[in-house]
Ligand binder design. Structure first.
Ligand SMILES: Cc1cc2nc3c(=O)[nH]c(=O)nc-3n(C[C@H](O)[C@H](O)[C@H](O)COP(=O)(O)OP(=O)(O)OC[C@H]3O[C@@H](n4cnc5c(N)ncnc54)[C@H](O)[C@@H]3O)c2cc1C
Length: 411
């Protein structure tokens, strides 16, 4: 019986195991080599424990990096295929604003179902692949050596070891990317993505914990990179929340602006501020946003508009001051100093160049019987189920193709 080794028992690796077992009707021996004591650990943290496993709008526009490659994979494996796969392992879906979750809203339940479906595979846990040695002769076996001296021989290998994001949540430390680099594969620049932004000025430390609905826009050297509406969260170091995560799925930026009143144009906002002035005439500046904005955020807006003395009476706001306040509300500017690190990131931007693999099979163009799947490739998606979808799509494609190739070679 031929052996298929799957390095990494995360989302992509487990999906690859299920599809290989099914495609070969268990006539191929499938071995999952997983670094941690258990498979699928990161899945438990996904979607805040609910696992947003795909989206009703799977399209190339939601992917970054090698989007042409992504398009070729997802054109064959879209939402319908993902939903069908999960129903086939006993996980019906539930949809909320296009985001698809298991009906149980339980990531642990989805993992249990995947593990059950992959139970025909052998699992070697605490096996951190440290060397991947190609066959010495055509059709010979691959050798995989673990960090602590264990050895695995296989007729085909799927590398599904993930990227570098959230290593302590899921064991993905980028070691699989290094295994492929050592075999001569090109790797693009790796960057934490779907992560908080660090802000240099103004300091936001005093706003820690404040949440606001806003339109966040990111700029690089004055050029708009991306805009997104949603809830922005202030942290000790900077900005978080889904709009900020989405920004970090794109290129790097040096400035982020928040439109704190995205549903109203500046002219109408100015009328509104004049009304407020009349209502709050006898109050001090620090009460100016009562009922409109969280006080600490209101104070930041006032300072950005040049109102330094918060004990100043609202009656002293002239037309110029109101105009500056309206501008600050529509465009509160933050100088970005970087991104938070790998530990805080949900995914990896960049990775092993996907173009070195065949999108129809995920087989390497450089080494026959070597496949890659998941986040270790230079494709990543937006928030909203796109990254897990990528893991399923590439894992299932690779598992099926590898099992069929091994079966065919036995005939
Ligand atoms: C907090 C959090 C929430 C998220 N929520 C969502 C969500 O709701 N929806 C969504 O689409 N995406 C989400 N993501 C992203 C998504 O989880 C990942 O993109 C996805 O898990 C990648 O799958 P993968 O199989 O490629 O890698 P991983 O899931 O990271 O799995 C890789 C596996 O390989 C193992 N491994 C690593 N190196 C080796 C080695 N050398 N030898 C053997 N094994 C090794 C690891 O231990 C791990 O088990 C979230 C990520 C985080 C961190």
């Amino acid at each position: 019986m031929k052996t298929l080794a799957i390095l990494g028992g995360g989302a992509a690796g487990l999906a690859a195991a299920v599809s290989a077992l099914r495609a070969s009707e268990r006539r191929v021996r499938v071995v999952i080599a997983e670094r941690l004591p258990r498979v699928g650990k990161k899945l438990l943290s996904t979607g805040n424990g609910r696992c947003n496993f795909t989206n009703t709008d799977i399209s190339a526009g939601h992917y970054h990096g090698d989007t042409r490659f992504a398009e070729r994979v997802i054109s064959r494996f879209g939402t319908e295929e993902a939903v069908r796969f999960f129903r086939s392992v006993g996980v019906p879906e539930y949809i909320e604003d296009g985001r698809v979750y298991p009906m149980s809203e339980s990531a642990a339940g989805l993992l249990d179902a995947l593990r059950a479906a992959a139970s025909g595979a052998e699992t070697a846990t605490d096996f951190r692949a440290a060397a991947l040695l190609p066959p010495k002769t055509p059709g010979g076996a691959w050798r995989i050596l673990s960090e602590n001296g264990a050895e695995l021989m296989a007729d085909a290998v799927i590398v599904a070891t993930g990227g570098r994001a959230a290593p302590s949540l899921g064991g993905s430390d980028g070691s699989g990317i290094e295994l492929l680099r050592a075999l001569g594969y090109e790797v693009t620049r790796l960057l934490p993505a779907l992560v908080q932004l660090k802000v240099e000025r103004p300091s936001v430390a005093a706003l820690k914990g404040v949440r606001v609905r806003a339109e966040a826009s990111a700029f690089s050297k004055g050029q708009l990179v991306h805009s997104e509406r949603g809830e922005v969260l202030f942290t000790e170091y900077g900005l978080s929340g889904i709009p900020i995560f989405q920004i970090t799925a794109h290129e790097e930026c040096d400035t982020v602006t928040l439109d704190l009143c995205p549903n109203i144009c500046k002219g109408k906002l100015l009328d509104e501020l004049e009304n407020r002035k009349a209502i709050l005439f006898t109050h001090t500046a620090e009460d100016f946003f009562a009922g409109m904005l969280q006080k600490r955020l209101g104070n930041l807006v006032l300072r950005a508009a040049g109102v330094e003395k918060l004990s100043r009476p609202v009656s002293s706001f002239d037309g110029g001051t109101l105009e500056r306040i309206a501008s600050a509300l529509k465009r509160l500017e933050f100088r970005v100093s970087g991104r938070m690190g790998w530990e805080s990131a949900q995914v990896t931007a960049g990775g092993v160049r996907a173009a070195q693999f065949d999108p129809e099979t995920m087989e390497s163009r450089l080494h026959p019987r070597l496949y890659a799947a998941g986040e270790l490739l230079d494709v990543h998606g937006d928030c909203g189920g796109y990254n897990l979808h990528w893991a399923w799509a590439t894992g299932i494609t690779a598992g099926r193709a590898a099992a069929r190739a091994l079966e065919a070679s036995e005939k």
